[in-house]
Ligand binder design. Structure first.
Ligand code: SF4
Ligand code: SF4
Length: 360
């Protein structure tokens, strides 16, 4: 695979990287197998995070002994120095390498978070110490807010920036990417397929690849996904593919779930992230795919207390506090149409939750 220079890090990473978040969803042997398959297929750049449960450990097992043939990035959200120290050392042990190539501050969305990172004697200095000890090579930053990164990058403290970038979420193209290029900061595109909401992952990745130096890291956990995504490298994006992305954009609007699951878990065990994207799932898969177990999930969704916990964790600021109930009700209505519950049962469920058909 073609190699590209990751900004001032001088790391030579493959044109497309391997997003390792989803491997936590498969069994441990399969996770190792899929990472090794990616390596065989030419990927040299792997991105994980301390917060992706088993992902770091599986990457470490899969890539153990590969040394400088692979480039491994991880990240952690800063809470306090004790936690950062623990987090860094856990990552270091999990990855089983002589050094971590790139350690990124994970999801820096607000001014106070950036100030904390930069403070004297703070986390950035801690990572600089790790560099001096030879345990770390480069420091980067990630965010879901391009505007926040417009403040972070001019500090000169970060060598890479990782932001969501895809056909719908294209705001970084306006100012952030030109700024990063002018400062020679490596640009990593997270969520290149927006959690799989596009009707063609290949088109979505090709759209990113047309931007020089921007390295997409689609999340993968199956061998078939690796093969499919690699096809994006075969040719430039076509007009037909752009039209397809545009049609997806019109269908999705701006308020749509990216399947990141940061909103989970709900203290009341409501499947909030599934509920808010279920309309799109069944619209595409066919309403006849709805089953009794889904009816049970939507019924539970009606009991949402609107505590706002999930909404406060959604980086895309989806109005989950209202959406969970609204979508649960709408999906139960679809369940009536599909013959999974009767009209009377539907009304009973609403009554039990103290709702009626028109309430938000
Ligand atoms: S708002 Fe509802 S779905 Fe979200 S965390 Fe609270 S109870 Fe759960
Ligand atoms: S609702 Fe928000 S936090 Fe939850 S999965 Fe969707 S985009 Fe992610």
């Amino acid at each position: 695979m073609e190699l590209v220079r990751l900004g001032k890090t001088d790391l030579r990473v493959t044109r497309m990287g391997f997003g390792a978040l989803p491997i936590q969803a498969v069994d441990r042997d399969s996770a190792v197998e899929v990472v090794r398959y990616a390596y065989q297929k030419g990927f040299n750049f792997y991105d994980t995070a301390r917060g992706y449960t088993t992902s770091e450990g599986d990457l470490g097992r899969a890539l153990k002994g590969f040394g400088s043939e692979v480039i491994v990035a991880t990240k952690a959200k800063y809470k306090d120095m004790e936690q950062l120290d623990k987090s860094f050392n856990t990552s270091f042990d999990n990855l089983q390498r002589d050094y971590i190539d790139l350690f990124q501050f994970h999801i820096v969305n607000y001014d106070h978070e950036l100030e904390e990172i930069l403070k004297k004697g703070g986390p950035l200095e801690y990572l600089e110490e790790q560099k001096k000890k030879g345990r770390l090579r480069h420091v980067g930053i990630t965010s879901h807010r391009p505007k926040m990164m417009l403040k972070a990058l001019p500090t000169g403290k970060f060598e890479t920036v990782q932001i969501p970038l895809n056909y719908i979420e294209d705001e970084p193209l306006d100012e952030l990417i030109p700024l990063a290029r002018s400062l020679d900061i490596g640009i990593i595109a997270m969520k290149p397929i927006a959690g799989g909401v596009y009707t063609s992952n290949r088109a979505a990745i090709r759209w990113i690849l047309q931007h020089p130096g921007v390295v997409p890291i689609p999340g993968m956990c199956r061998i078939g996904e690796i093969d499919d995504n690699l096809q994006a490298l075969d040719a430039p994006i076509t007009e037909a593919e752009i039209n397809r992305l545009e049609a997806d954009k019109k269908e999705l609007g701006t308020v749509f779930c990216r399947r990141c699951d940061y909103c989970m878990p709900c203290p009341n065990e409501i499947e909030a992230s599934f509920i808010v994207r279920s309309g799109m799932i069944f619209k595409r898969a066919g309403w006849d795919k709805m089953e009794q177990s889904h009816i049970d999930s939507f019924t539970k969704g009606l009991a949402c207390t609107q505590c706002g916990d999930c909404a406060s964790r959604c980086p895309y600021e989806l109005p989950l506090t209202d959406m969970v109930i609204d979508e649960s009700r709408a999906m139960l209505r679809k369940g009536v149409e599909q013959g999974l519950i009767t009209e009377d049962e539907f009304r009973e469920k609403l009554n039990a939750a103290g709702l009626n058909e028109g309430e938000g």
